[in-house]
Write a protein that binds this ligand. Structure first.
Ligand code: G
Ligand code: G
Ligand code: MN
Ligand code: NA
Length: 262
């Protein structure tokens, strides 16, 4: 359809933009970073969500240059926020989260492109967290894990996105170079119901305990109410993201750090 023909040139036409959604520490309410979420401002269809065009971008190969562009823009934005706030000390351990498609994992330039962007922007690798979905790493062999391992050794955080939706081979977690589990929104939605499903509570408790015993941090997505945030904090989750704190929003390099603590 129409999107297929317009997509290949959309990057050159400057039609993509990025929205950011803050990540909040559940213990003290401080903003610890933000996830970059790409959008396509289509001349006829308006703003399109990634679900509408990422699969297409993967299919056509545009995902590689698009992903590189998202990474570069996001790291530049992190640098701008850091500068506006008087350096790394003032902002604390601010991190920018960028989603990686499975196609980018198999692209040979991933490590080199990431290093180049970090060096050019003067950002430290530990200011970056790359999100990879659990399903992308199911059955991953050593060749697929090698670039992620390399990035992790440099200090880049790797997060397992949508965790709990794939068939989770928990034992497999040990061999993945990940430092963060992003618990899927479906678990958070279960906390919404009252009383929350006791089995779901047990599952979250179990995941958190396993994650912490493996030295992994737990981030929860889709937090929409204060009650959910409190429940997830009590269950031991570390960081949260969701409409309760802020919806994803567009930012420009000139805006100051846009979120206050809650
Ligand atoms: O915020 P939201 O509706 O936009 O995101 C929908 C999905 O698109 C999420 O699963 C998110 O991980 C994915 N996504 C958002 N931005 C990017 C991106 O830059 N690259 C990839 N591969 N996926 C993205
Ligand atoms: O990478 P990922 O699949 O997790 O992308 C996050 C998706 O979740 C995006 O589509 C984003 O817009 C959406 N999202 C973010 N916060 C909330 C929330 O609090 N509730 C719901 N329903 N969706 C959210
Ligand atoms: Mn994500
Ligand atoms: Na997710």
């Amino acid at each position: 359809h129409g999107l297929t023909t317009a997509l290949p040139t959309a990057l050159d036409r400057g039609e993509f933009f990025i929205e950011y959604q803050p990540l909040v520490h559940l213990g003290d309410g401080s903003v610890r970073g933000a996830e970059a979420l790409v959008r396509w401002l289509h001349p006829q269809h308006g703003v399109l969500s990634p679900d509408r065009f990422i699969p297409l971008a993967e299919h056509t190969g545009l995902i590689v240059p698009l992903g590189r562009w998202v990474l570069e823009q996001s790291v530049l934005q992190a640098r701008a926020w850091r500068d506006l706030h008087g350096g790394a000390e003032a902002l604390g351990p601010l991190r920018i989260n960028v989603n990686l498609s499975p196609c980018q994992l198999t692209h040979p330039g991933l490590v080199q492109d990431t290093v180049e962007i970090l060096e050019r922007t003067g950002m430290s690798p530990d200011a970056l967290c790359l999100e990879v979905t659990e399903s992308a790493l199911i059955g991953a062999d050593d060749d697929l894990l090698k670039p992620l391992r390399r990035l992790a050794e440099m200090g880049v955080d790797i997060a397992l996105d949508d965790f709990g939706t794939g068939y989770s081979n928990l034992a497999n977690l040990r061999r993945l170079p990940v430092s963060v589990l992003k618990l899927d929104r479906s678990f958070t939605q279960s906390m919404q119901r009252f009383p929350a499903d006791p089995v779901d509570l047990k599952i979250v408790e179990g995941i958190v305990s396993l994650a912490h015993s493996l030295d992994l941090a737990v981030t929860v997505e889709g937090v929409e109410t204060g009650a959910q945030a409190e429940q997830l904090r009590v269950l031991g989750c570390d960081t949260a993201q969701g409409w309760y704190y802020a919806r994803p929003g567009p930012r420009t390099a000139s805006t100051t750090w846009p979120w206050s603590t809650r």
